[in-house]
Unconditional design. Structure first.
Length: 65
């Protein structure tokens, strides 16, 4: 179970790190925290959907065994 959770978290971070950097870079020198705030405000629903999907997968695996 722990391996699955670690795998999901690391895959999510690696998958999102490129687009996050590119999106923040599009808006110039806002600073990292301002860029992160902008990203969450504009695209928070995607992060929420990703979290719900990951939680669903973890719970599905957990209830199986």
């Amino acid at each position: 179970m722990k391996k699955i959770a670690v795998g999901l978290v690391s895959t999510s971070i690696l998958t999102m790190s490129g687009p996050v950097a590119a999106h923040v870079g599009e808006h110039g020198a806002m600073g990292f925290l301002s860029g992160l705030e902008h990203l969450l405000a504009d695209h928070g629903y995607l992060l929420a959907l990703l979290g719900v999907t990951a939680a669903g997968l973890v719970l599905k695996r957990w209830n199986r065994g």
